[in-house]
Ligand binder design. Structure first.
Ligand SMILES: Nc1ncnc2c1ncn2[C@@H]1O[C@H](COP(=O)(O)OP(=O)(O)OP(=O)(O)O)[C@@H](O)[C@H]1O
Ligand SMILES: [Mg+2]
Length: 283
């Protein structure tokens, strides 16, 4: 007899109320064989709310930024949960969620960004069980990308004490100003003051207390060694747009941005770290 194999995504009833600006929900990936359901993975689905309340408005490539960040994280061996885009009509029960939402508040409503469920939000009482080297790598990676929207709840910890980094929709350039996307979907210059936005408040304290400058060397070097080809190949898998436009491509700007940032990363981290340490010593 031929096995009837069906691959499905199932929207789970809302039990968890995830924090944050955007809409999140749990999705289960299953295989159904002979009417038996086998759970493959659990995912956290996300649809992004429009950010047109600020000028210039509209960013139409938020999901692409998340996908590129994942490719770059993979290249750098940074633990970020796998992500993928899935059409909402592939998700069983999605209508249940849709009927309670004002769909016009969201950007791309047809595609859902799924992030593989990887742990619970990192809390202060978890700090003693995380690997500091991994936290430093995530920090330097976020500085490289210009991820100026980092918060303490953008780290997860799993039951093997592994640290994960999430939430990569607001980062990088939206035009050729050299500024990078961050908190509240605004753009910021990247310097020793704004690097503060690349780490959560509590995680910053931890990193400053438990690190010396040389601890950052290895990951800084690893990023600097990336070639233009490695970067452009990944950027050009996707399409990035100038803010406010869903047609004017800025892929070349992202490539230049990542290449330039990898060269000045070391100097910026040294400036940032030294300033924070001297502030600490004055208290
Ligand atoms: N892959 C995942 N595994 C487990 N939990 C997750 C995952 N992705 C998101 N979450 C949970 O959802 C919360 C919010 O996720 P995320 O930061 O991506 O959303 P957000 O709406 O962009 O938040 P904010 O706007 O506040 O930054 C996380 O703090 C975490 O608790
Ligand atoms: Mg977040």
């Amino acid at each position: 007899m031929k096995a009837i194999l069906k691959h499905t995504y199932l929207l789970l009833p809302e039990q968890v109320n995830y924090s944050g600006y955007n809409k999140k929900f749990n999705v289960q990936e299953n295989y159904i064989i002979f009417n038996k359901i086998f759970i493959l993975y659990n995912w956290v689905g996300k649809i992004s709310k429009r950010v047109e309340f600020i000028t210039p408005p509209g960013i139409f490539d938020l999901n692409q930024r998340a996908l590129l960040a994942w490719d770059l994280a993979k290249l750098m061996n940074i633990s970020m949960p796998e992500i993928k885009l899935v059409p909402n009509d592939k998700i069983l029960n999605f209508d249940q969620l849709a009927k309670n939402l004002k769909t016009s508040e969201f950007y791309d409503y047809n595609f859902i960004l799924l992030s593989k469920y990887s742990g619970v939000q990192l809390e202060e009482y978890d700090f003693k069980r995380i690997n500091m080297a991994r936290l430093r790598e995530i920090f330097v990676f976020d500085c490289w990308l210009g991820n100026l929207d980092k918060k303490d709840d953008d780290y997860l910890i799993d039951n093997k004490n592994k640290l994960w980094t999430i939430d990569y929709q607001l980062w990088g350039p939206i035009d050729n100003s050299g500024k990078s996307l961050g908190f509240c979907a605004k753009t910021y210059e990247i310097n020793k003051d704004t690097l503060n936005r690349c780490i959560g408040r509590k995680t910053k304290k931890l990193i400053l207390n438990k690190s010396k400058l040389s601890d950052f060397n290895e990951i800084i070097k690893r990023i600097r060694k990336l070639t233009n080809e490695q970067i452009s190949e990944r950027v050009n898998k996707y399409q990035f747009y100038k803010r406010g436009s869903d047609s004017e491509k800025i892929n070349h700007i992202l490539v230049v941005f990542l290449n330039e940032r990898k060269k000045i990363l070391e100097k910026q981290i040294i400036e940032y770290f030294n300033e924070k340490q001297s502030e600490k010593n004055q208290i």
